[in-house]
Design a protein around this ligand. Structure first.
Ligand code: MN
Length: 264
């Protein structure tokens, strides 16, 4: 454990961070409900398990984002949502643990004003594409045309050496990851997982689910023979047409994921 970590010095779990800054007006209940639903959907679709997290930029304060406290996504309720500043400082955690890797979210929001939602996962299906030499995650069907011509891979060794725990533990690594994401929708993280960005919560959820599906299909297809990927033109056209249908997926997935869920 790092000796200059204030929480460690106080004998507290490293996930407990003092609140700072001024919390904006609370987000609407509907925003919290959708963020809870996103957590449940991603768990149901095996994008996240006990680990991984999803955030949404605060609709009334672009300098803040909403993210659950440190817990399994499948158990999140509205009461578990914590407001964070973009530098990762929680505003209202009130002693509850926060995610160690919250810097992934804040630094992508800081770099990308167009991004309204970020999802970080360890989805097993995508991991091979971050670790196999020469592998490139690319769209094999219209549902994942948003991947574009290639998916960048973040190499933490380039920024923090070869003895880290691979986690995005501070703002510097968050900035480096956001730089690697650049203007893409998805960045793979070597030996770790992936991070997905969307222009809305619904779009980010859609992209996370179909990134995983694309990884599964691409791996299957590559075992059969040379793969016929989408062309650049197909990526552009299919992204705009299929991407406009995210509500259809969201409405189904939310209904399934929230059936019987305790939401408060
Ligand atoms: Mn992680």
């Amino acid at each position: 454990m790092c000796s200059d970590d204030p929480a460690a010095q106080q004998g507290l779990p490293v996930s407990v961070v003092a609140d700072g800054g001024k919390a904006p007006s609370p987000a609407a209940d509907s925003v919290l409900a959708d963020l809870v639903a996103a957590n449940r959907i991603l768990y149901r679709h095996r994008v996240v398990d006990a680990f991984g997290h999803v955030s949404v930029r605060h609709p009334g304060s672009p300098g803040h984002f909403l993210l659950a406290r440190n817990m399994a996504p499948g158990l999140v309720t509205p009461a578990d949502i914590v407001t964070h500043e973009l530098d990762g400082t929680p505003c209202d955690a009130d002693g509850r643990g926060v995610y160690l890797e919250r810097f992934i979210h804040g630094e992508i929001y800081a770099r990308r004003p167009d991004v309204q939602s970020v999802i970080h996962s360890h989805a097993p299906a995508v991991v091979p594409f971050g670790i196999a030499a020469g592998a490139v995650l690319k769209p094999v069907w219209h549902m994942s045309a948003f991947l574009g011509l290639s998916t960048p891979v973040f190499e933490i060794r380039d920024h923090a050496g070869d003895a880290t725990d691979l986690l995005i533990r501070d703002r510097g690594l968050g900035v480096a990851l956001a730089d690697c994401l650049d203007d893409h929708s998805v960045v793979l993280m070597r030996g770790h997982g992936a991070t997905v960005a969307g222009a809305s919560l619904k779009e980010a959820v859609y992209r996370a689910v179909f990134t995983q599906a694309n990884a599964e299909l691409q791996l299957q297809a590559q075992q059969l023979g040379e793969v016929n990927f989408l062309t650049p033109g197909e990526c552009v056209t299919a992204t705009s047409s299929v991407g406009s249908q995210v509500d259809r997926a969201w409405n189904l997935w939310k209904d399934e994921a929230m059936a019987g869920a305790v939401t408060s």
